[in-house]
Design a binder for this molecule. Structure first.
Ligand code: PHE
Ligand code: NA
Length: 453
């Protein structure tokens, strides 16, 4: 152990951790994935199951991760190793740290492609490239951007570079500074979008779609997707939250900060639904168009509306910022690990990681064009990255950390770090011991079933 506790960097401002962790949590998951999943899995019933997953699995595991990070004062591998050592456990537990670090990296490999779509559409909106397009044109434009590896790869390279520039500048000067203006900025833009949605004529329909509980639309596939998404949306088991937690000052309350981040993430997902669906419904479109929802239906809808271009630009600026404040959190674990253990400067670590990431994202990006038939068991590399991380690595990592904290660490150490009122502690313990593991096992059995098919 070379780094002793007090020498680890900490967030500068009182809101540093909350802003950075919320920035990590709020991302494409909220604004791109959640609305289209809600559309595909039938609205209100999916939303309810998702909320239950956030509370019963997401929140307790997020608290666990922050506690592990802060007590171990390191990136996932180092932090878990130290915490386990303190309790006299096996160093094999740090394998969960390795998996988390790898998971964040793998997510980023396809995340930059989707973030690249957002930047590409921002540019199309600004340059007027979508003006006068019909439904078919929109599909063709989305297709053409994907079919051209130089365009698709160019945009994802831009995202990769922006991510590495920010992370290379460090925790306080890079991450904390950028989330300090991007997060308030994106929330303001989202609020403006909702007000716009209210006047679009489709608001009532959107509210019903999101909040009416129709048990008949609840499928087991939808429930499993809700559970996987709870991990993804809260950035769990991917190194992000744990590493950000390692910079958390001792006096901060883990319970309160976790609730703030989880509530903010959930509100933004619901708000994104309230910004997107009114515009979709007002134009007589269907909510179930899948991943293309915000890249095909939404820009088309904007076209037909007063000041649509302006609001379209605002929407894609917001989406791009949300994506960047998440992408930086996915590599922080790797960069911090290289920096702490390998004597590599932060800048060099960021660029080195960036180069490997660029190669991986290029492979992911090729799934949409020249690699269209490079599939394994019917899935592209891009789909495999999504499946492996959301359906396998995150649930497995979450399970590992829940069991570690629930059963294997010295209970005084855990109690001391979490520092919750007695009743809350008991509730947390019950969740990580029984409720979260059971919920996760259900996803697992299903995911393995899919692999076997
Ligand atoms: N939570 C982010 C989102 O919803 C995605 C993410 C996953 C970020 C894992 C960091 C780590 O978009
Ligand atoms: Na999220």
């Amino acid at each position: 152990m070379t780094t002793n506790e007090p020498s680890r960097t900490q967030w500068l401002g009182r809101w540093g951790f909350v802003l950075a962790a919320t920035g990590s949590a709020v991302g494409l998951g909220n604004i791109w994935k959640f609305p289209y999943m809600t559309g595909e899995y039938g609205g209100g019933a999916f939303v309810l199951v998702y909320l239950v997953c956030i509370l019963s699995v997401g929140v307790p595991i997020m608290m666990t991760e922050i506690a592990l990070g802060r007590r171990g004062r390191g990136s996932p591998i180092d932090a878990i190793r130290r915490v386990v050592k303190e309790s006299g456990g096996s160093s094999l537990w740090s394998l969960f740290g390795w998996m988390a670090m790898l998971c964040g990296f793998l997510i980023l490999s396809f995340y930059v492609v989707v973030a690249g779509w957002s930047f590409a559409y921002l540019w199309k909106m600004i340059s007027g490239g979508l003006v006068g397009s019909s439904v078919d044109d929109m599909a063709a434009i989305f297709g053409a951007n994907n079919a051209n590896p130089f365009s698709l790869g160019g945009w994802s390279t831009l995202v990769t570079v922006a991510t590495m520039v920010i992370v290379g500048k460090g925790v306080q000067q890079g991450i904390e500074k950028s989330v300090g203006w991007m997060m308030p900025g994106m929330v303001i833009m989202l609020l403006i979008m909702i007000v716009y949605g209210m006047f679009s004529g489709g608001f009532g329909q959107a509210v019903h779609f999101l909040f009416d509980f129709k048990a008949s639309s609840l499928s087991s596939e939808g429930m499993l997707a809700a559970m996987g998404h709870a991990f993804f949306t809260l950035s769990l088991a991917s190194g992000a939250i744990l590493t950000y937690g390692s910079y958390l000052p001792r006096r901060a309350s883990i319970g309160r900060t976790t609730l703030t981040v989880a509530v903010a993430d959930t509100l933004v997902a619901l708000m994104a639904g309230l910004a997107i669906f009114p515009v979709i419904f007002a134009n007589g479109m269907e909510p179930n168009s899948g991943p293309g929802l915000i890249f095909m239906s939404l820009p088309l809808a904007f076209q037909a509306m007063p000041m649509g271009t302006l609001f379209g630009i605002l929407f894609f600026i917001m989406l791009s910022m949300a994506a960047l404040t998440s992408s930086i959190s996915m590599v922080e674990a790797t960069v911090s690990w290289l920096n702490d253990n390998k004597g590599i400067s932060r800048k060099a670590a960021a660029w080195g990681t960036g180069i490997v990431l660029w190669l991986m994202s290029t492979l992911a990006m090729l799934s949409f064009n020249i690699g269209a038939d490079w599939t394994l068991a019917g899935k592209h590399f891009f789909d495999w990255l999504d499946f492996l991380t959301s359906r396998l690595m995150m649930p497995l990592g979450g399970l590992g950390m829940a069991l570690l904290a629930g059963f294997f660490l010295k209970s005084e150490a855990v109690r001391d770090e979490l520092d919750l009122p007695a009743g809350m502690h008991a509730l947390w313990l019950f969740m990580v011991r029984y409720v979260s593991p059971l919920g996760i096992l259900v996803i697992f059995v299903d995911a393995l079933g899919i692999v076997a098919v």
